[in-house]
Design a protein around this ligand. Sequence first.
Ligand SMILES: C[S@@+](CC[C@H](N)C(=O)[O-])C[C@H]1O[C@@H](n2cnc3c(N)ncnc32)[C@H](O)[C@@H]1O
Ligand code: SF4
Length: 455
Amino acid sequence: MSNIDFEKFSKYSKPGPRYTSYPTALEFNDDFSYDEYIKFLEEEQEKISIYIHLPFCRSACYFCGCNVVFTSKEDKLSRYIEYLKKEIDILTNHIDTTREVIQFHFGGGTPTFYKAFELDEIVTYVKSKFTNWSSDAEISCEIDPRFFNEEQMKVFQKHGFNRISFGVQDLDEKVQKEIHRIQPLELTKKAVELARKYSINSINTDFIYGLPFQTLKSFKKTLELSTQLNPDRVAVFNYAHVPWLKRTMRKFDETTLPSPEVKLQIFKYTIDFFEKHGYKMVGMDHFAKPEDELFGAIKKGELHRNFQGYTTKGGANLIGIGLTSIGEGERYYAQNTKDMKIYEEAIDIGKLPFERGVKLSNDDFLRKGVIMELMANFHIDIKRVEKEYGINFKEYFADDIEDLQEFVDDNLMTIDNNEIRVSTTGTLLIRNIAMAFDAYMKKYAQSKKSFSKTV
Ligand SMILES: C[S@@+](CC[C@H](N)C(=O)[O-])C[C@H]1O[C@@H](n2cnc3c(N)ncnc32)[C@H](O)[C@@H]1O
Ligand code: SF4
């Protein structure tokens, strides 16, 4: 990567969507009704990706932006399983359950806060309802290494789990103390070894940059130590600091957060580090070994990004189950309620705990395609987009292309008649580049809606 003028780049540090979950900054609204959602579910015939949210955690990691319920009460945990089962019953009354399941993911919270027999109970129930599983389905779980044992791993093996993602975040003691997550390297190593012992050969580790007290020096050490885990894939997320949404983030003294310049230095170092260690960058925040199937997908233009990160399993309908879960069809998003009481009340009267959603207009659909392409491949094949969506790209996106001139002038990207290509340095600012195509960002520029910083 060429020399970078980090000070000049810090001008790009501004609030913006992460584009990890949603392709544009579109907002869920009341125009999408429960009945419309049910109709979509009943008519869909695509393959299925199932996401089950297990929201419980023992104690708060202060950086956490996930939808979490803190508890140590056993009865709360088992009660939730009963409701999950009832939700699955209602869902499967509206879905053709013979459709092929190509992906299953346990997310959280901490899914492994549940005991082995409880995890078994949930997966067994899902499998009794959805009966057509692809032989190469991707079956995965997010795991906090501090809560993980061999009994649970045996259950995962029994059900064909083939991918595990471990949360690590940072290996520096001072940072760990500040984020309220003490997790020695040895403990994480044991968790990874356990997964390997049971033949999980796709192991991912999550790190975050931008946390309190992180410096270039401390993060170099973290990366160095992380090689002992020898992960197949690594995610290095940009810390999304949104204290107005997440109370625990208010515990941080903001003066201890690294500056945008330091964050850029850390991320640039991270890219160089993983390249040197035989990994290749995938999208904006993932690294994988070259033999990983993601690279075959990049070549074929089949890399996708969904709520679980980058995947080769595109084109499926995402069925979200559990508190706060999000479902996604080709033309809609639908989210379950975040309130446990409302969740239970809906299910008690035989309804899905659907809270809100959004239908995609033709313009939303097109922009979703373009932004996803940029986020996954750092490249847009203009002719392909024109053919697929029946538009003249340069006319349709005239204003957006004008907004991109600043990036072209800074050598962060090139635009010609056939393609838009982001330079290696430009990948550091891919969220800013994607924002130019986001009609909603322009709308929100005047509103109070606020996002985490892009850098
Ligand atoms: C749903 S969390 C759960 C993983 C599991 N509970 C654990 O802590 O190991 C998945 C990942 O999201 C990332 N994450 C959580 N909060 C974040 C934030 N505010 N900004 C960026 N990444 C975040 C962390 O890297 C975490 O491992
Ligand atoms: S990072 Fe994981 S363990 Fe920590 S609070 Fe968030 S979901 Fe729970």
